[in-house]
Design a protein around this ligand. Structure first.
Ligand SMILES: *[C@@H]1O[C@H](CO)[C@@H](O)[C@H](O)[C@H]1NC(C)=O
Ligand SMILES: *[C@@H]1O[C@H](CO)[C@@H](O)[C@H](O)[C@H]1NC(C)=O
Ligand SMILES: *[C@@H]1O[C@H](CO)[C@@H](O)[C@H](O)[C@H]1NC(C)=O
Length: 462
């Protein structure tokens, strides 16, 4: 054909630029279209023919994925529409096939529909004119979360898993929990371009964490709002067994004696068995699961009952020693008497202590008066050299109630003769013990300026 392939061939640069602008607007497409897997997408493409001299002969959609180019659909005024990559499915079609409207509809969308689509109008005399649309496919992920059954232990393990499968783009997973755990995230990109994101919640599986609730949060572009999936943890642990029902008052011929074996655990123990150290159960007892019923207490029940509780994780036992009495235990009444007696004893003891304190205060006041007569100002009292403190005093336990040894007294009086020393001889040990309790606080404040190691000892002498 003699017709110029490009209008620029016509001549002037000005003409070329003007025509380009006009041409660029003739094929109308959207640059980017986003669709969702399983749904419908429309790729608009129309031809605006400004000049009656331009004839359109055919419309073609070409799809480009990577380096591969394929004809998707062609419309020819005589032959009609034809669909080249999927024949007869009707999944890809022109909306209203004509030489002016090449709009393409794809439904339901597949991941593989993603690509660059070029809508081409074959015209005369201008040649091919086209518009390019990039189709992006998003996929809504399938989200789920579950607890991973683990045995209680000391090392960190995954206790829950949360998965956002086959989504596009990749989902973002976080966890919400009051537990002291952490989480990992991993992603796998499928061949169809979707991404499966998996997250594990990791923690030390304590039995206290059993039945705790944590949430997996999944955020992804196709979700209207982030999804929160609840996970109730399941930490397996062996039974913890306790026997109830023994009141320490099983007497001969009692007929309502029952022991109950109660056990917690995960899974909850359902398998209970009773035995005795001899391996035989007395004839007078009947076992119903976790209950052991004694029909009539006799000497054969004077033994130890052992309950075994079993779950998937372990078998644990507990025992109860039974003491069979000849007669019912009447200590219950005695117990009340005992409590009253104890109270009276305590009151008497308190009174004695109070009296002691009063006496001791009085004595001390008397002594202070004497001291004040003898002394001008506070007693000058210095600790012995450090060597004596460490070598002689430390190996001994506290000796606050004791009187100093002769050497100690010498050491003290050598270091600093004190008028207090004279009183040490007068102090009798009982008074000493009482004075200690009463003067502990006062001594601490009175001796503030004194070396710490001596505060308590000195308190005894005052
Ligand atoms: C959680 O895991 C990350 C990376 O694995 C680690 O850096 C961080 O210290 C962990 N935090 C806790 C509380 O264990
Ligand atoms: C993508 O691939 C995964 C795994 O091959 C598959 O399970 C999933 O259904 C696919 N998704 C779509 C939208 O085709
Ligand atoms: C039960 O055994 C204890 C010793 O283990 C014994 O003192 C007591 O008398 C026994 N009771 C009966 C009723 O045999």
């Amino acid at each position: 054909m003699g017709a110029p392939r490009s209008p620029c061939a016509l001549g002037s640069l000005l003409c070329c630029c003007l025509l380009s602008v006009v041409l660029a607007q003739r094929v109308n497409v959207q640059d980017e279209v986003t669709g969702y897997v399983g749904q419908e997408v429309t790729l608009p493409c129309t031809f605006t023919n400004a000049s009656p001299d331009v004839k359109v002969s055919q419309v073609t959609w070409v799809k480009e994925t990577g380096t591969k180019k394929q004809n998707v659909a062609v419309y020819h005024p005589v032959h009609g529409p034809s669909y080249l990559i999927e024949k007869g499915t009707g999944r890809i079609r022109f909306r209203a096939p004509s030489l002016q409207d090449a709009t393409l509809v794809i439904a339901p969308l597949h991941m593989s529909d993603e690509g660059i689509y070029t809508c081409e109008f074959a015209t005369y005399p201008l040649g091919n004119e086209d518009g390019v649309t990039s189709l992006t496919i998003l996929a809504k992920p399938t989200n789920f979360a579950e607890a991973l059954e683990v045995k209680a232990g000391n090392t960190e393990v995954p206790v829950a898993a949360c998965t956002s499968a086959n989504g596009k783009p990749a989902a973002h997973i976080t966890w919400q929990s009051g537990l002291n755990g952490n989480f990992t995230v991993s992603e796998v990109t499928n061949t169809n371009g979707t991404v499966t994101v998996t997250s594990h919640y990791v923690m030390v599986p304590t039995k206290e964490a059993n039945e705790q609730r944590i949430f997996c949060h999944i955020d992804q572009k196709t979700l209207v709002q982030p999804e929160a999936l609840l996970v109730t943890l399941s930490i397996l642990y062996p039974p913890e067994v306790v026997i109830h029902g023994y009141d320490n008052n099983w007497y001969l011929n009692r007929d309502d004696a029952v022991l109950t074996c109660s056990a917690t655990g995960n899974p909850p123990p359902t398998d209970f068995s009773w035995t005795t150290p001899s391996g035989q159960l007395p004839n007078t007892v009947a076992v119903k699961g976790e209950r052991l019923v004694v029909r009539n207490v006799d000497a054969s029940v004077n033994t130890t009952f052992i309950c075994h509780a079993t779950n998937r994780v372990g078998r644990v036992s507990s025992e109860q020693v039974i003491f069979v009495r000849d007669k019912p235990n009447t200590e219950g009444a005695g117990t009340t008497g005992g409590i009253i007696g104890g109270l009276i004893a305590a009151i008497v003891a308190l009174a004695v202590v109070a009296t002691g304190i009063l006496i001791c205060r009085q004595q001390r006041n008397n002594r202070r008066e004497e001291e004040e007569e003898d002394l001008e100002g506070p007693p000058a009292y210095k600790p012995p050299p450090p060597s004596q403190m460490t070598e002689e005093r430390e190996p001994d336990a506290p000796r606050y109630h004791e009187l100093p040894t002769m050497e100690e007294r010498e050491a003290v009086s050598n270091a600093a003769p004190s008028p207090e020393d004279g009183y040490l001889d007068q102090v009798n040990p009982i008074y000493d013990a009482l004075a200690f309790a009463a003067t502990e606080e006062e001594a601490a404040s009175a001796a503030l300026a004194t070396d710490k190691a001596f505060i308590m000892s000195r308190a005894m002498y005052v």
